[in-house]
Design a binder for this molecule. Structure first.
Ligand SMILES: [Zn+2]
Ligand SMILES: [Zn+2]
Length: 379
């Protein structure tokens, strides 16, 4: 009996102690849950996000003559500057950015090292607080290149060698990603151009630097979603950019050409303008309209200037192909390795690696994609 009583007492003590031990644990667990829930009740993040959604993204194509300079003013601390005009554009660029009350640039994109793109980069780096600088993986043997690299070092900015796939901004509402270049080497400096796509809410934009048809074809072949609302036209509207294969994917509603009045290059080229018109784009030009500002509320884009009415007559002898590439009807076969194109019966086609085959519907399409005719079959 005594033993039994003792064991009852022992069991009772055990039960009590286990309850006593469990109790603070449970309390602690509840406390943790409450702490987790508290900020969700206040929802500070949601309030910030709602504020961001109501804001507008402003894209300023600053008139720097025969050169490029684009300021992307995004909600939050997300200022992007793409290129910095020629050397004598420093005052124009600095005054423009100052007038917007901006004193720091989070992302400075130098598309490539031609002077009409990095000319005032040293001045911009000296004047503003620049956080990150993005450059392509190449160099140039020029004074402006050396000056620019020195200024990046002095500014203590983070230097990023960007290429296809580099993400610059990735938030709920803003996605800014580099789509080109994807190759290690090109024979042309322009093809090294960093090409970037901005998605802001439901609106989208592409900035191409001076990328030409070789890089454009690479972007098409990489399978990127290239369809955007607004295109900064490649290489100041030059003939060897804005190729048909590329344009068929991009189908821009708005096309902005950064170009100098009376430039010696004949930019923008009638053929590039005609391809854009045939694609249904409204064209805006800095040589006619000065600086151009595109505004997006996340759903719609508005532009502060009227589209140009200065449109060349379409060239009749070279019909513009607006139908998408139909592989089975291809009349010419290109080699993405050699950038030569052939008639399908050419002996070179038999030896060609299947992965290197690019199909073209017309000669024009092959040439506008940067391909040269084969010397043997003379297509
Ligand atoms: Zn240029
Ligand atoms: Zn260039």
């Amino acid at each position: 009996m005594k033993k039994k009583l003792l064991s009852y007492i022992l069991i009772l003590i055990l039960i009590l102690s286990s309850v006593a031990c469990a109790a603070p644990e449970n309390t602690a667990q509840i406390a943790t849950i409450v702490t987790d829930t508290e900020p969700k009740d206040i929802e500070p993040n949601d309030i910030e996000l709602k504020g961001t959604e109501l804001d507008e993204a402003m894209i300023h194509f600053i008139d720097v003559g025969q050169a490029d300079c684009i300021l992307i003013d995004l909600p939050g601390d997300n200022e992007i500057l793409i290129d910095a005009g020629n050397r004598d554009d420093a005052d124009t660029i600095i005054n423009y950015i100052d007038s917007l009350g901006i004193d720091d640039i989070e992302h400075f994109i130098l598309t490539h090292f031609h002077e009409d793109h990095i000319g005032s980069a040293p001045d911009v780096l000296e004047e503003f607080d620049v956080e990150k600088v993005y450059i392509p993986g190449t160099t140039a043997d020029t004074k402006i290149y050396r000056d620019t690299m020195e200024s990046i070092e002095e500014e203590n900015a983070e230097l990023i060698k960007a290429k296809a796939g580099t993400s610059v901004i990735d938030t709920d509402n803003i996605d800014f990603e580099v789509l080109a270049p994807s190759s290690m080497w090109y024979s042309e400096m322009n093809e090294f151009s960093l090409v970037a796509k901005l998605v802001y809410g439901d609106t989208s934009f592409m900035f191409t630097g001076d990328a030409e048809s070789v890089s454009e074809l690479e972007m098409v072949r990489a399978g990127y979603d290239l369809d955007v609302d607004l295109l900064k036209v490649g290489h100041h509207g030059g003939e060897t950019s804005t190729s048909q294969v590329f344009l068929d994917e991009v189908t821009p509603e708005y096309a902005i050409i950064s170009v100098g009045e009376g430039n010696t290059y004949g930019h923008p080229h009638d053929k590039a303008l005609n391809r854009l018109i045939a694609a249904g784009a409204k064209i805006y030009r800095t040589d006619e309209q000065g600086s151009i500002v595109a505004k997006s509320d996340g759903s719609n884009i508005t532009i502060d200037k009227a589209a140009t009415t200065n449109i060349p007559e379409p060239a009749k002898e070279e019909p513009i192909n607006t139908t998408p590439t139909a592989n089975e009807n291809a009349s010419y076969i290109g080699n993405s390795n050699s950038h030569k194109f052939h008639s399908p019966s050419c002996s070179s086609v038999e030896d060609m690696n299947e992965n290197n085959k690019v199909l073209f519907n017309s000669r024009e399409e092959a040439i506008s994609a940067g391909y040269d005719p084969c010397g043997r079959c003379k297509p």
